[in-house]
Write a protein that binds this ligand. Sequence first.
Ligand SMILES: C[S@@+](CC[C@H](N)C(=O)[O-])C[C@H]1O[C@@H](n2cnc3c(N)ncnc32)[C@H](O)[C@@H]1O
Ligand SMILES: [Zn+2]
Length: 357
Amino acid sequence: MSNPPWTCPVCAARLTPTTDGRSWHCLNRHSFDVARQGYLSLMTGARHPLGDTATMVRARADFLAAGWFEPIVATIAELIRRWETATFHNGPSAGESRPWLADLGGGSGYYSVELLRQLPGWRGALVDASTNAVKVAARAASRLTASGQPPEARPVPKHDPSTGEEPGLAGACADDWPGMSSHGGPRLAVACADLWAGVPLATNSIDIALDIFAPRHPAEIGRVLRPVGLAIVVTPRPDHLHQLRQSLPLMGIEADKESRLRQQFSDFRLVEHQIIEYGCLLPTQAIAQVISMGPNGFHASADQIAAMAAGLSESGPINTRVAVDVWGFGDGAGGQDERHRPGEHHHIADEVVTKSG
Ligand SMILES: C[S@@+](CC[C@H](N)C(=O)[O-])C[C@H]1O[C@@H](n2cnc3c(N)ncnc32)[C@H](O)[C@@H]1O
Ligand SMILES: [Zn+2]
């Protein structure tokens, strides 16, 4: 199987691309276009804008690109490698059975792109309801190479001078794009869809489903995962970025989020629970990005955000504290290491992270 396992949001049948890769259709003749920017549009019904706004997406993408949440990527990459070793023993097998990563509510694609860079045998499918986010994700996907290495030596998609548009993955099955895997389709396929309407991926098609700070639909996650598959769910702990929350109307984090999460995933088995905690000395610009990527991005002006950020930049290290929960099925067929039992907390970094630039 080289095509991403997209399914029809109307009738749930498998979607296949036209030969030019410009649209996808099911056997019931429902058809969906690939947008010029390279994402597959699977939105149906009322065209309400959903998900993050352009300002929020840009702020989040810039903040993430600076690497402030890189320890989260490293933790997930390590979890996936361990699963891979336990499941495939000698790494992923070639051809048809290459593993699939789904990034649900994947936003600008930061996590899936970074993970696919580190996991060359893998392919990904990102779903997000925000057209602003999937445009950015499709562009990032087009820069992802088969090997995971930077694309310098590879063919670059043609830039259209008439529109000034950056190219995305024009056709999901074209074979001249740098983001292609060695056997055809793009390494990271991107779709715009509403997860509450269902995950537009085939039953039993996904090896690892990521849900990072995004809406969760556990029944659908369970359906799309293979029996050996895992869901990796990242949620903020109540004191995540608390130094900023104390002074700003950032979105609150429910105190009972963890018990609610466990209830939501009660049909799964908790394979592993980690807490990632570290401090960051965030520069003013990064604080402004954190403010802009949350609900404040809707309400406050750029000047107000800049003033709030300036006021907070002297306040010392800002704590990142998130939970990474790994959910599987059965008796541990996901092959998790016996040393990492649910309920155990791993503080992966206690030092304060600082960055320049
Ligand atoms: C807090 S952001 C996290 C994005 C990404 N996982 C990350 O951490 O960078 C939440 C994401 O969920 C998306 N989202 C919100 N509601 C959604 C829905 N109903 N279906 C799909 N995506 C949705 C938003 O557009 C946004 O990109
Ligand atoms: Zn259909």
